[in-house]
Design a protein around this ligand. Structure first.
Ligand SMILES: CC(C)(COP(=O)(O)OP(=O)(O)OC[C@H]1O[C@@H](n2cnc3c(N)ncnc32)[C@H](O)[C@@H]1OP(=O)(O)O)[C@@H](O)C(=O)NCCC(=O)NCCS
Length: 434
C-alpha cells in the first residue's frame, strides 16, 4: 500500500473508530478459532480493538480441545441432539481442556515483544466467578449430568472490571450455589453475557465466513429472516449460530456479527469498513430515513463532491450546507452509513417546494433509495401544505418523468426562482402536483 492509499484508508476508518469508542463488545471465539493458525492474529486484532477504546469481554469455547482430552483419556465423547453429555470423567477432561485453552489465550494476550503488533498493548485479562449455572437435567430421558445452562451473569462485576480497563475473559463453565461446576455452551455464555451487560455487539468468530445460503454469503439478516433460514437449512452448526444471534438480538443486543478466523483481518474488516466481511444479524435491518443534522455535513459533502465535479449537481460549500442542513433528508444504512440524500427548499410563500441535491451512494444505485427518499420528501411537502414540487435537472430528466413529474417552462416557476435561473446550466424543469 503506498502512503497516499494508506492515508486514505486510515481516514476512511475514522468514523468507525469514533463510533465504536467506549462501546462494549462481547467477542466469542470457538475452540476451532483458538486452535487455528491465525489465532495469534485474531488476538492481535482484539488487542487493537481494546486500544481503540472498545470495552471487551472475550468468551472462548473448547469443543475440539475437550474431544481431544476425552479421547486421550481413552473415553468417547457422548452427544445427544448436538449437546454433550458430561459425565464425571468427561468433566475432568472439560476442566483440563478449558484450563489449557484459557492459559493459551492469556499467554497470547500477554505477549508484548518489541517489533510485534502486541508491543505496548498491556492487556489485563481478568477472570472470575461471574457465571452461575444450573444443571441441564434430564431431557427426554437423557441425563446430561454435568452439562449445564446459564442461570445468571454477574453483570455488575463484569462492568466494574471493564470500567477499570480490563479485558474480561470468560470460560464456558459456571458454578451452582452448591459449588458444583457445570460445562456450558460458550455461545450461550457469550449471548447471555452480551444481554446482561447490555453490549453494543456480540461477535461470533468461527471458521466459517458467515451465514451462507446456496453457497452465497449473506451480508445481513433480520431476526425473522434468521429464523426462516434456520427452518430451511439442515446445517446444524450454522443453525446454532443463527439461534444464538436471534436470541441475543431478541433480548436487546443491537447487532450480532458472524466473522471468520480463517480469513486474516476479517474482524477488522467487519468493524471498520462499510461492507464488512461476514454476516450481520440485527433485529430489524431496514434502512433509516431521517432529517439531516449538523454532524451529517461531512458525509453529505463526501457523497455529493464527485457529482459536483461532474457538474451533475450545483456546487455547495460546507458553509452553505451547514446553513441549509435542516432542508436535507437522508437515507442511512442500519449501520449508519449514508446511502442517499436530497433537499426540499420551500419557495418564499411556502406553497411549493424545490427538490435539490438528490444523490444516491454509487455503490447502492438501483435499489429504490432515491425513490423512497422522494416519497418521503413528497410526504413532508404535503404535510407542510405545499401543493406542488419542482426540480431543475440537467441529466436526470427521465428519472423524474418516471416519478410522475412533467416538464414545465421557466415561466411556470415562482417569480423569484425564475430570476435565479442559471441560463448557462440550462437545466430542464419538472414539476409534480401533490
Ligand atoms: C438519480 C439518482 C438519484 C437515482 O438513484 P437510485 O437510488 O439509483 O434510484 P432508484 O433506485 O430509486 O431508481 C433507479 C431507476 O432509475 C433509473 N435511473 C437512474 N438514473 C437515471 C437517469 N439519469 N435517467 C433515467 N433513469 C435513471 C435506473 O435505471 C433504475 O431504473 P430500473 O430499475 O428500471 O433499472 C442517482 O442515479 C444519482 O445519484 N444520480 C446523480 C445525481 C443526480 O442526477 N441527481 C438528480 C438531480 S437533483
Amino acid at each position: 500500500m503506498n502512503s497516499d492509499s494508506y492515508v486514505d484508508f486510515f481516514r476512511q476508518t475514522s468514523p468507525y473508530i469514533h463510533k465504536h469508542r467506549g462501546k462494549t463488545f462481547v467477542i466469542a471465539l470457538d475452540g476451532d478459532t483458538v486452535a487455528h493458525a491465525n489465532f495469534h492474529r485474531t488476538i492481535h486484532d482484539i488487542a487493537l480493538l481494546q486500544s481503540l477504546g472498545i470495552r471487551i469481554v472475550l468468551v472462548h469455547g473448547a469443543r475440539p480441545q475437550i474431544d481431544q482430552r476425552i479421547a486421550q483419556a481413552g473415553e468417547q465423547s457422548q452427544f445427544h441432539n448436538q449437546l454433550r453429555i458430561t459425565d464425571s470423567s468427561a468433566m475432568q477432561s472439560v476442566k483440563e481442556a478449558l484450563g489449557s485453552t484459557r492459559w493459551q489465550i492469556e499467554a497470547e494476550l500477554s505477549t508484548g515483544l518489541p517489533n510485534s503488533p502486541m508491543h505496548g498493548a498491556q492487556i489485563k485479562a481478568i477472570g472470575g466467578n461471574f457465571i452461575t449455572a444450573k444443571p441441564m437435567g434430564i431431557l427426554n430421558g437423557v441425563d446430561y449430568q454435568h452439562t449445564g445452562e446459564v442461570r445468571g451473569i454477574d453483570a455488575e462485576s463484569i462492568q466494574q472490571q471493564l470500567q477499570i480497563g480490563g479485558l474480561v475473559l470468560l470460560s464456558p463453565i459456571g458454578f451452582s450455589p452448591t459449588g458444583e461446576a457445570f460445562n456450558l455452551s460458550y455461545q450461550e455464555v457469550a449471548a447471555q453475557t452480551a444481554i446482561a451487560i447490555n453490549a453494543e455487539k456480540l461477535i461470533l468468530v468461527t471458521e466459517v465466513s458467515g451465514i451462507l445460503e446456496d453457497n452465497n454469503l449473506l451480508r445481513s439478516l433480520s431476526v425473522p429472516e434468521a429464523k426462516a433460514l434456520q427452518t430451511k437449512s439442515d446445517n446444524t452448526a450454522q443453525n446454532k449460530l443463527l439461534e444464538t444471534a436471534g436470541c441475543a438480538c431478541s433480548e436487546g443486543v443491537k447487532r450480532v456479527h458472524l466473522v471468520s478466523c480463517a480469513e486474516d483481518g476479517a474482524l477488522l474488516t467487519e468493524l471498520f469498513t462499510r461492507d464488512g466481511s461476514g454476516t450481520l444479524v440485527m433485529q430489524d435491518h431496514s434502512e433509516v430515513i431521517r432529517p439531516a443534522e449538523i454532524d451529517d455535513v461531512g458525509g453529505i459533502l463526501d457523497l455529493i463532491a464527485p457529482l459536483e465535479e461532474q457538474q451533475i449537481l450545483v456546487k455547495r460549500s460546507r458553509e452553505l450546507l451547514e446553513t441549509e442542513i435542516s432542508r436535507f433528508t437522508l437515507v442511512l444504512h442500519p449501520e449508519g452509513d449514508l446511502l442517499g440524500c436530497a433537499a426540499l427548499y420551500p419557495t418564499s410563500d411556502s406553497s411549493q417546494g424545490e427538490i435539490a441535491c438528490m444523490a444516491t451512494n454509487p455503490e447502492f444505485l438501483n435499489q429504490g433509495i432515491a425513490t423512497r427518499l422522494l416519497q418521503r420528501l413528497e410526504a413532508d411537502a404535503l404535510e407542510a401544505k405545499m401543493t406542488q414540487i419542482f426540480v431543475l435537472t440537467t441529466q436526470t430528466a427521465h428519472w423524474f418523468l418516471e416519478q410522475g413529474f412533467i416538464e414545465v417552462e421557466l415561466s411556470d416557476l415562482p417569480e423569484k426562482k425564475q430570476s435565479l435561473y442559471n441560463y448557462q446550466r440550462n437545466s430542464r424543469i419538472f414539476s409534480k402536483i401533490l
